[in-house]
Design a protein around this ligand. Structure first.
Ligand SMILES: Cc1ncc(COP(=O)(O)O)c(C=O)c1O
Length: 402
């Protein structure tokens, strides 16, 4: 038995489902379950197999695993202290940096996970407006708090989602009608900058969607919350709203903000600062200075290399190369989403069986993709990674049954 299988058996005895949450499906995909080490664009599993990682830990890895500048900054802060009885100067520096970097941001609060930021954003919007309802996009993901989950999810009750109104992505008419029906009761409209569901095409905003949506909300006194947790810093370093031409009241970041160190941020404009000041929200580890130092170093590096452009360019090349490879085997590979976060499908592949098999073969040969979720490109991926990945992709298509 492989080390990975042995660990998974042990895990099943002491951890519900063995591995839970979004990491839980790996064993179903015949891919490794446990890593031993990671560096740059690659990780090595507990059986000694190394993979070019096109999932980037589901987004946090943006500069490369074990990036020296980030790790040194974290180690320097760790030597001074992490969670101490007082806040750290680095918290102020990080807030100043984000306010400077992110379009329209005038203050920042910190948490650990993306859901801390999205959950706090909604509380702030309710505190600022005195209203109780939330508009969200059908299939949009904001974390695992009960209100964020689909109706009927185990562990939630109907009450948890009672104040959530769900509308389809890119549907301005739907937004108009819920605003017309319920406007004075609605605190906020929360959405990612584009629609990136699992198991379905990712869909960019229609021309003018965001400007109209933000305007419609502003006219009705509804706050706009941008959930940039997954997309943050891969589309535009000033926030994805800078790319799509609108200004949210609240902006949520997580994942890539500290290149894998645990920290998230809620940023806001001064018009909602009173809501942030009134809301009690905290956590034992929220003030830990080590991830804050890592975030400062990450943001500095992202700016220094213009990471969003690097990632978009690399993603473009990766995707074009894969489309060509697929075509040479008679497959029509469709890529949706932004170039640096590609979601792959094969046209005509009903049931996704061909894609699933191709992704599995790519994994066996050393390129780690997912078939049901968008993939991620980092600034650490290299031309060698691209060449090796295209060669692996070619071989993998060749191994599929005709
Ligand atoms: C768009 C979006 N929002 C929020 C979250 C929640 O972040 P976390 O899992 O760090 O709580 C995620 C996580 O995947 C996400 O993709």
């Amino acid at each position: 038995m492989s080390n990975s299988d042995e660990l998974f058996n042990r895990a099943q005895a002491v951890i519900p489902n063995g591995i839970y949450g979004h990491y839980g499906g790996a064993h179903l995909r015949h891919s490794p379950n446990f890593f031993e080490s990671s560096a740059g664009s690659r990780f090595t599993d507990v059986d000694g197999n190394t993979f070019i990682d096109w999932m980037c830990a589901y987004g946090p890895m943006i500069l490369g695993y074990n990036h020296p500048v980030v790790e040194q900054a974290a180690a320097r802060q760790a030597a001074k202290g992490g969670t101490v009885s007082l806040a750290s100067p680095v918290m102020v520096q990080l807030a100043e940096t984000l306010v400077e970097l992110v379009q329209g941001a005038e203050w920042a609060l910190f948490g650990k996970n993306g859901a801390d930021a999205t959950g706090l954003a909604v509380m702030v919007s309710k505190a600022a407006t005195g209203r109780r309802k939330i508009i969200k996009i059908d299939g949009g993901y904001h974390g695992t708090a009960p209100w964020m989950q689909a109706q009927g999810s185990p562990g939630t009750t109907a009450n948890d989602q009672e104040s959530v109104i769900t509308i389809a992505w890119n549907d301005l008419e739907a937004l108009k009608s819920v605003v017309a029906a319920d406007g004075p009761d609605i605190a906020c409209f929360i959405s990612s900058p584009y629609h990136h569901p699992v198991f379905a095409s990712n869909v960019l905003p229609a021309d003018g969607y965001w400007t109209s949506a933000a305007q419609l909300c502003a006219e009705a006194g509804i706050l706009t919350i941008l959930d940039d947790v997954r997309t943050g810093f891969r589309i535009d370093l000033a926030g994805s709203h800078a790319a799509y031409g609108f200004q949210p009241d609240l902006m949520c970041f997580g994942k890539a903000i500290a290149n894998g160190h645990p920290i998230s941020a809620l940023l806001g404009t001064d018009s909602v600062r009173h809501g942030a000041e009134a809301t009690f929200y905290t956590g034992t580890q929220f003030f830990n200075a080590v991830p804050m130092a890592a975030a400062l170093a990450t943001l500095g590096e992202l700016q220094a290399i213009d990471a969003a452009s690097v990632i978009t360019n690399l993603g473009d090349r990766l995707n074009k190369g894969l489309i060509d490879v697929a075509a040479s085997h008679g497959h029509d590979l469709a890529v949706s989403g932004v170039p640096g976060m590609p979601f792959y499908q094969i046209n005509g592949d009903h049931g996704h069986d061909v894609l699933k098999q191709w992704v599995t073969e790519c994994g066996r040969l050393g390129a780690y993709f997912l078939d049901f979720h968008n993939n991620f490109v980092s600034a650490a991926h290299t031309n060698t990674d691209l060449d090796e990945t295209w060669a692996i992709a070619d071989k993998a298509f060749g191994l599929l049954p005709a």
